[in-house]
Write a protein that binds this ligand. Structure first.
Ligand code: MG
Ligand code: MG
Length: 270
């Protein structure tokens, strides 16, 4: 069952989202050559707790860390550890915060130092996919409208759309109904109504969209070993359009552009 959130609940998720956004920004800034993903995780956990939150991922179905850190061909759910980031890597950082009983969920992929032109294009298109998906998240539209918009943008740029993992409703639980696929048909799926809070999270591949799971039981990688990127925001449907609850401030990382004004006004609508 899809549960719409009250104004009060949305305000709590917005506060939770502010913590997630601030911590994600700081982790993105610290993602530089020579830093380990384990150091980023320790920093994130400390910072989430200092801000009064709990890292949602830690212990979730046994996940051992507070963030997911997925490098290069790793798409999502990478376990932070001893890996030392190096020039040319792509790093996807996913963070969830629980605050006052409500979850917020956001992710971004950053370039570590200089990366290839193709990697930069993958980052840009994946972030555009997220913003185009958010722009489609309007009162009266359908879940399929989001997926169709994301899929069209990714595939028209020659990239793949991961099918095995999807976005989701967000609330007291990290994963609530409805599922929000990054592919689909316009007009299909549940209707979007004011008070619906969802995480939209395109996972886009440089090559074929097929995935495999590593021996650690968590890390999802591209089956063909090519690069992947992942951007995610927690979004609420309102009568006045979609509102991003995990919005980051400007200046978050040199490799990530900021689409904020367009996203807030819905100017990316087509
Ligand atoms: Mg996430
Ligand atoms: Mg999510």
């Amino acid at each position: 069952m899809i549960e719409l959130k009250s104004q009060r609940e949305i305000e709590i998720i917005r506060r939770s989202g502010k913590v997630t956004a601030a911590v994600l920004t700081e982790v993105m800034q610290r993602a530089q050559p020579g830093v380990t993903t384990g150091e980023l995780d320790a920093f994130a956990e400390r910072t989430i707790r200092e801000r009064g939150g709990v890292p949602t991922f830690k212990g979730y179905r046994g996940f051992p860390a507070s963030i997911c850190a997925s490098v290069n061909d790793e798409i999502v759910h990478g376990i932070p550890g001893r890996y030392v980031l190096r020039e040319g890597d792509l790093l996807s950082i996913d963070i969830g915060t629980t605050l006052e009983g409500f979850v917020s969920d956001s992710a971004a992929t950053v370039a570590i130092g200089e990366v290839s032109g193709e990697a930069r294009r993958l980052l840009a298109v994946t972030q555009e996919c997220l913003m185009i998906g958010i722009a489609a998240t309007r009162n009266g539209a359908h879940v399929g409208d989001i997926g169709a918009a994301v899929q069209e943008h990714a595939e028209s740029n020659g990239f793949g759309v991961v099918r095995e993992l999807v976005g989701h409703g967000v609330g007291r639980e990290m994963h609530e109904e409805p599922q929000v696929p990054n592919y689909g048909r316009r007009g299909a799926g549940a209707k979007l109504r004011p008070g619906l809070v969802i995480a939209i999270e395109p996972m886009i591949t440089q090559g074929a969209p097929g995935v495999e799971i590593q021996k650690d039981g968590w890390t999802v990688v591209t089956a063909d070993g090519k690069l992947a990127a992942h951007f995610e925001h927690t979004v609420v449907v309102t009568e006045k359009g979609p509102k991003i609850l995990t919005l980051r401030e400007l200046g978050e990382h040199p490799s990530v552009e900021n689409f904020r004004p367009e996203a807030e006004t819905g100017a990316l609508s087509r």
